[in-house]
Design a protein around this ligand. Structure first.
Ligand SMILES: [Zn+2]
Length: 203
């Protein structure tokens, strides 16, 4: 399902979703929307949508000729793109792909030294248009997928530690997105979703 669908819906919500399905979209497994109950918030940890697209298109899993990506991408100017249909399982979070939708926000994060021990601050702020779009996209998804009830940051679901590349004795987080600058309170103000886990560190 490509959910930009009707001009009427775009007008109602003021949200126009630009369809740019990835070449391997149709090779990803189909699922029933009934089993979908979770939104996972990511940031790209890459500085631009173009670079994110290059990463998204890379084939990581040769047996299915697919790669890692979210369903939706929100650019710095607030434009939103759909790269994977919501009824397909995308690889964006360990262990929870089948039940979830991945939303990726363009943000440099730790780029380009993701795994250096001294580059772990997530200091790149989200833009105001990105947050406006995020809120509208959540409202759209809540409307078309009635079973959707949870939302989590990737950093809340994947807490694996890995050795830092500059000093293997220091362990750092493999995933830290969307990080402490993501404005959860503002995003959740107009949403009926519930934070997962409920006792989240970022409140
Ligand atoms: Zn992520």
């Amino acid at each position: 399902m490509q959910i930009s669908n009707t001009a009427e819906q775009a007008q109602q919500s003021g949200l126009h979703i630009i369809q740019q399905l990835l070449p391997y979209n149709e090779r990803l497994p189909l699922r029933s929307l009934n089993g979908l109950d979770l939104v996972v918030v990511h940031c790209t940890e890459l500085p631009s949508l173009e670079i994110s697209r290059e990463y998204g298109e890379q084939v990581i899993y040769p047996e299915t000729r697919t790669g890692n990506c979210g369903h939706f991408y929100i650019d710095l100017d607030g434009a939103v793109y759909q790269w994977i249909e919501v009824e397909r399982v995308a690889h964006h979070v360990r262990g929870m792909n089948e039940r979830s939708i991945g939303i990726e926000i363009v943000n440099a994060g730790r780029y380009p030294d993701w795994y250096r021990s001294d580059q772990q601050l997530m200091a790149d702020p989200y833009t105001a248009p990105q947050i406006v779009t995020m809120k509208k996209l959540l409202q759209r998804l809540e409307r078309i997928i009635p079973g959707l009830s949870w939302i989590a940051g990737h950093d809340e679901l994947d807490k694996e530690l890995v050795p830092a590349e500059d000093n293997p004795e220091i362990l750092i987080r493999r995933k830290v997105d969307p990080g402490p600058l993501f404005p959860w309170k503002e995003v959740m103000a107009d949403s009926d979703l519930t934070r997962w886990p409920e006792n989240s560190v970022y409140g």
